[in-house]
Design a binder for this molecule. Structure first.
Ligand code: 3PG
Ligand code: MG
Length: 369
């Protein structure tokens, strides 16, 4: 059993380290970054407030970006610390954990550093619970520990989707990289009734069907994997039209064959309508990854249509991942889906394996019998 906040005993007067995932989207110049979406910060508030209300002193810690073990002002926690101070006055926030190489290498010396002066540990960093990093797996080795409310809810919802889905279960996948998602695509192919594939990753699938993709994103080393999947029994829907830029950089609509020099940046209107129909027909739908470069209004329509279908379908809807969650919020459908996961990679890995390093670490904590 993963220990819950109640399993920490009396927290009054205790100093509690809350490992959160405040890896939020940021924009602006390197020395003056601003938060684009504070969803992940707000999502940690139930846990932070639960502890504060019971008299604990809360110290939060998170990573931000991938600074690769070196201090880098671009990834400073300062903007997040300011936002946290507005949302939860009096709560502290450590500097970016990944400024120390010991975080990602899970160095015991770094674990000791972050738990010095700490009485209790709470993991509420669902989005990072798939990383065997120092702050995720280290503290529960020695400190009484618990899962925060966010981590708990994520595991309940995704567990239900994985183990007991209402069918048909549709997985809508997008985003740039297939290589990040191979494991989960393989695992999901045993669970889902159909895949809908858009976003940057669809071009590697189109290339695997020997279609010309121009200068679109392509992971050459994943073509064989895509081909294998296409030849399997899995029901897989790919775009039938594409929008993007032609060789002169002008907005253009294409079929599935892209001319030389063209770059696909979103699914086309026909594909968006077809994908929406499949979403409407599902009884459970999991969506991870945008359908195109939605930050640019010219290439936002595919993602917007999928987001709208997610909001309208009667299916049980789960959206995983920072980008898809940001897209939902941008289009105003955040409140119209059943669950918005704060984890991208973590939700995929949980769906794949049914467990995460952060969860198994908590199960081994000294307060668990
Ligand atoms: C995320 O946003 O995916 C999580 O915060 C984990 O970050 P990472 O992919 O850099 O480990
Ligand atoms: Mg990630």
């Amino acid at each position: 059993m993963v220990p819950q906040l109640e399993d920490l005993g009396d927290v009054r007067g205790k100093t509690v380290l809350v490992r959160a995932d405040f890896n939020v989207p940021m924009s602006g110049p390197d020395d003056g970054r601003i938060i684009v979406d504070d969803f992940r910060i707000r999502a940690a508030l139930p846990t932070i407030n639960w502890l504060s209300d019971r008299g604990a002193k809360v110290i939060c810690a998170s990573h931000l970006g991938r600074p690769k073990g070196a201090t880098n002002s671009k990834y400073s926690m300062a903007p997040i610390r300011r936002r946290l101070a507005e949302l939860a006055p009096g709560v502290e926030l450590m500097e970016n954990l990944r400024f120390n190489a010991g975080e990602e290498s899970n160095d015991p010396k770094f674990v000791n550093e972050i738990i010095s002066g700490i009485d209790l540990y709470v993991n509420d960093a669902f989005g990072a619970a798939h990383r065997s990093h120092a702050s995720i797996v280290g503290p529960p080795r020695t400190l009484p520990s618990a899962a925060g409310r966010l981590l708990k809810r994520e595991v309940e919802v995704l567990g239900e989707l994985r183990n007991n889905p209402k069918r048909p279960l549709v997985a809508v996948l997008g985003g740039a990289k297939i290589s990040d998602k191979i494991g989960v695509i393989e695992a999901l192919s045993k669970v889902v009734d159909s895949f809908v594939i858009g976003g940057g990753m669809c071009f590697t699938f189109l290339a695997a069907k020997s279609l010309p993709i121009g200068d679109s994103l392509c992971e050459q080393d994943q073509i064989a994997f895509c081909r294998k999947l296409l030849e399997s029994k899995v029901e897989l829907h790919l775009p039938e039209d594409i929008v993007g830029l032609d060789r002169d950089g002008n907005f253009a609509t294409f079929g599935v064959r892209l001319p030389d020099g063209a770059k696909g940046l979103d699914i086309g209107p026909g594909s968006a309508a077809a994908f929406a129909d499949i979403i409407m027909g599902g009884r459970s739908v999991f969506w991870n990854g945008p359908m195109g470069m939605f930050e640019d209004e010219r290439f936002a329509a595919g993602t917007r249509t999928v987001a709208q279908a997610m909001s309208e379908t009667k299916a049980f809807t789960v959206v995983g991942g920072g980008d898809s969650a940001a897209a939902l919020a941008q289009f105003g459908y955040e409140k119209d889906v059943d669950h918005v996961s704060t984890g991208g990679g973590a939700s995929l890995e949980f769906l794949e394996l049914g467990d995460l390093p952060g969860l198994s670490a908590l199960r081994g904590a000294p307060n668990v019998n």
